[in-house]
Design a protein around this ligand. Structure first.
Ligand code: PHE
Length: 346
């Protein structure tokens, strides 16, 4: 058998045998059987030495071609094996996409947050800035600069958690207004709302909570009047309770405002005619407000001859309770999903 034939036989055998190989490991063995150091070709190469010189190039060419052919069979089979491995894996990992999925509970914002954000949006639309401040405050900002010196009887209106003689849990977000006025180095106009948690030493019951959420507002400018205050609060009432609502102001007292008012909204339930919800008055109290007391402006460095201001403060829980007929303030803090999930913000 001449060399050419021997090579051709080898090619034919490899072509057939490679098809039986089913794993990469076996394929590697197959490859070394033919092409490895001790493989078939090294045997053939040994024959080269004994050939006459003029036959050597032809012999070389034939062996190279044979090697190439076998290499190609091996590579083709490698692709086939790899595909088969992937296919087998895919088969094993087949999932039934028509099976019902596991329910994944998606959270939502709390009702108080929703209302806070609605009110923020309203005021941002009117050119206000949203300001925040610390919940642990100093007495000076929570009381003194708001015209509530240490022995002032009105301090009793806001029974306070004291941490030391001079630090406390803020009883309202008014100290954020003080901070904003103090920080305003030009002593120029201010238009802010201050949302946040506040604390009072109340025993928790259906209408009291030792922690609740407030949104207060402050405008300081030249020629600010009670009419501006009333117009602004009418917008709040309409946004929260519907476009047909009206408001009325009743005289009241706060140390930081003069004059001071309580603000009522016409009852949305009976449209002002009188019902259980409004205790047959047709009106429901929603917030306190007034023109900023000159002493408060002066205490934060404002010239009260040049500037006036108005301020207001509302409890977010109270607004939510009125709006949705919730009769126990504690519901906001129990984290009972049956309650929380009733108020979607879509
Ligand atoms: N700071 C007052 C409170 O917490 C609310 C208020 C703010 C009243 C501004 C009038 C003006 O009770």
């Amino acid at each position: 058998m001449n060399v050419k034939q021997q090579l051709e036989n080898m090619i034919a055998e490899a072509k057939e045998q490679v098809l039986i190989v089913k794993s990469i490991h076996e394929l590697n063995e197959f490859k070394s059987k033919y092409l490895g150091k001790k493989g078939s070709f090294s045997e053939i190469a040994k024959m080269m030495k004994d050939l006459p010189n003029d036959e050597k190039p032809v012999f070389g060419k034939l062996t190279n071609e044979a090697k190439q052919a076998i290499n190609e069979y091996i590579n083709n089979q490698r692709v086939i094996i790899e595909e088969a491995i992937i296919n087998e894996k895919l088969m094993k990992e087949t999932i039934d996409v028509t099976l019902p999925g596991k329910e994944f509970g998606i959270g939502q914002t709390h009702l108080l947050t929703q209302i806070k954000e609605e009110i923020e949006d309203l005021f941002i639309g009117m050119g206000y800035q949203v300001m925040e401040g610390p919940e642990v405050e100093i007495d000076e900002y929570n009381f003194e600069k708001l015209n509530l010196p240490k022995d002032h009887p009105a301090r009793d209106m806001q029974d306070t958690f004291y941490i030391t003689d001079e630090t406390l849990l803020r009883t309202h977000t008014s100290p954020v207004q003080v901070r904003t006025m103090l920080d305003n180095s030009e002593k120029g106009p201010i238009k802010i709302i201050c949302p946040g948690k506040v604390y009072r030493r109340d025993d928790d019951d259906a209408t009291h909570s030792h922690q609740f959420m407030q949104i207060e507002g402050l405008v300081v400018d030249e020629k600010t009047s009670m009419a501006d205050l009333k117009g602004t609060l009418l917008e709040v009432a309409k946004k929260m309770f519907g476009s047909n609502r009206d408001i009325r102001l009743r005289p009241s007292y706060f140390p930081f405002t003069e004059p001071s008012v309580e603000v009522d909204v016409s009852c949305a339930n009976c449209n002002g005619k009188g019902c259980n919800i409004c205790k047959h008055t047709g009106w429901i109290e929603i917030l306190g407000a007034g023109m900023v007391n000159d002493k408060v402006l002066e205490a934060s460095g404002y010239d009260s001859k040049k500037y006036q201001g108005f301020a207001f403060g509302m409890g977010v829980e109270r607004i939510a309770m009125l709006k949705y007929g919730i009769n126990d303030i504690r519901m906001f803090y129990l984290n009972d999903l049956r309650f929380n999930k009733q108020f979607t913000n879509e």
